[in-house]
Design a protein around this ligand. Structure first.
Ligand SMILES: Nc1ncnc2c1ncn2[C@@H]1O[C@H](COP(=O)(O)OP(=O)(O)OP(=O)(O)O)[C@@H](O)[C@H]1O
Length: 304
């Protein structure tokens, strides 16, 4: 697969504190790559480095074979974490202006703006000023600005935050379509269900360092743990942590969520369950990306 972007061993310090620490990853043509991590992990710093808003202290960033100030920014679309468009300008005017900055032809831009406004349920809003839009509507306009010029690489820093579930789905479908069309997407997001639904590969960062990098299925397999959720009236007198196969247990109301150790036999656990345990419902599931993320963020850095 064609490599579009290489992040090669970059580091960045702010005021003596290393916030990005020797990280490397690649983005390939037409893939959706997720960059994930807890608050303050270094995601936006990495993204801002790609966009040339800040420069890493060491390492290099290559877009095709261009680096640093030589990166043709008009081939990249960017939705920054901090939103904001010119407030007292009309939607159409601001979008045409931004397309012009990317050297995109005006007639094509106008056509695409009208199509996208319709797609994002903003039909007829082209003459409305940005300040008259709701926060979610303005976010849709900013998203349109990032994709309007048909970028080769689209970088989205938390595109779903502040959106209602319907709008999240619209964004999700559009991101999928864009990637199908051959654009590479680098996506930072906290909504693990959306990341799981969208991303081919992920880079998980914590305290500036790589934790996990690779294909989502492979990562899930490498954490190949299961969890068992038992709904029933089991109170505190049932201690599932006494089972050797159990790593930890979470209790939420009448649910006990039992996380198994890697390689543990779920069958053996089920066979050993006492008849006295109250079972109204029982599910066995693979742990989700959300579970993996929480485990890593809480300090379980290794997948063993
Ligand atoms: N311009 C700056 N000056 C000083 N410190 C900064 C600056 N930008 C970021 N940092 C620090 O770098 C660290 C990483 O921040 P960054 O914004 O990259 O995290 P993030 O992973 O995007 O977090 P979030 O999920 O909260 O958006 C944080 O400790 C932050 O305080």
């Amino acid at each position: 697969m064609e490599k579009i972007l290489s992040i090669d061993n970059i580091s960045k310090e702010f005021g003596g504190k290393t916030v990005v620490n020797h990280i490397s990853f690649e983005v390939y043509k037409g893939e959706i790559m997720g960059i994930l991590g807890p608050n303050g992990a270094g995601k936006s710093t990495t993204i801002r480095s790609i966009m040339g808003i800040i420069y890493p202290d060491s390492g290099r960033i290559l877009f095709h074979n261009h680096n640093s100030k030589g990166i043709p920014i008009n081939k990249i679309g960017y939705l920054p974490e901090e939103r904001g468009l010119y407030k007292n300008v009309k939607v159409m005017d601001v979008l045409l202006y931004l397309a012009d900055l990317k050297c995109y032809p005006k007639d094509k831009a106008k056509k695409r703006i009208l199509e996208y406004l319709e797609k994002f349920n903003l039909k007829g809003k082209e003459k409305v000023k940005i300040e008259e839009l709701s926060k979610g509507m303005a976010q849709k306009v900013q998203f349109i600005a990032s994709i309007l010029h048909e970028p080769e690489l689209l970088i989205l820093d938390e595109p779903f935050s502040g959106l209602d579930p319907v709008s999240q789905d619209v964004f999700k479908e559009e991101i999928r379509e864009i990637a199908k069309g051959g654009t590479s997407v680098l996506l930072s997001a906290h909504q693990m269900n959306l990341v799981e639904a969208l991303c081919n590969r992920i880079f998980l960062i914590n305290e500036g360092k790589k934790v996990v990098y690779g294909r989502l299925e492979e990562i899930k397999e490498s954490f190949a743990n299961f969890k068992c959720t038992i709904n029933g009236n089991n109170g505190y007198n049932v201690d599932f942590t006494l089972f050797p196969s159990v790593e930890r247990v979470e209790s939420v109301d009448d649910n006990k969520v039992i996380y198994f150790k890697k390689g543990a036999s779920v069958n053996e656990f089920l066979q050993k369950l006492s008849k006295d345990i109250d079972i109204k419902e029982l599910h066995i599931d693979r742990i989700s990306l959300h579970d993996i993320f929480v485990k890593i963020a809480k300090g379980g850095m290794n997948n063993d």
